[in-house]
Ligand binder design. Sequence first.
Ligand SMILES: Cc1cc2nc3c(=O)[nH]c(=O)nc-3n(C[C@H](O)[C@H](O)[C@H](O)COP(=O)(O)O)c2cc1C
Length: 173
Amino acid sequence: MDAIKCLLERRSIRSFTDRKIEKNDLETIVKAAYHAPSAMNRQLCRFTVVQNAEVIEALAQCLRVKLGRDEGYCFYRPNAVILCSTPRDNAHGIEDCAVAMENIMLAAHALGIGSVWINQFKGVCDDPGVRAELNKIGVPENNLVWGMAALGYAADDAVRNFDKNPDVVNWVM
Ligand SMILES: Cc1cc2nc3c(=O)[nH]c(=O)nc-3n(C[C@H](O)[C@H](O)[C@H](O)COP(=O)(O)O)c2cc1C
């Protein structure tokens, strides 16, 4: 897919089918993640790919407890998730994760796979219940998760918001 078409067409998807994402597609998506720019090229982001429904449910459960979310909360029931984390002392951790997250979402879209940024780990990674789940999936103990991508094939009823504001550009020519 043309790169400009891909980035103009990508939209957050919050309703997924049960279709499994093939391993080679997940590999392409996470490869796009670690090819993202990073401050001083330090490449400190770590990407944790989870495609096990029980583990995804356990991640949602620890957030439900911590954040008081209702029982239905499960990141829109994706087929896979990718957590982006960096060491807590990375001064550019948020930015490093953000550009990697965009690469993930664009690569997914190029492959026909829907995605949405899930922000709920931000600020709660040191909660003991949350950290216990992050430990189980190998997120380094010293890392903070700044974003998680929920991934899956878009359901027929998935809503796409095409409302973008062009009045945000100031030209000085
Ligand atoms: C930093 C950040 C955090 C976000 N967190 C969430 C989230 O927790 N849940 C969610 O459904 N969407 C989340 N989103 C997706 C935005 O709501 C979405 O990008 C926005 O509504 C624009 O829609 P679009 O992605 O379709 O262009 C987040 C996006 C960003 C950039």
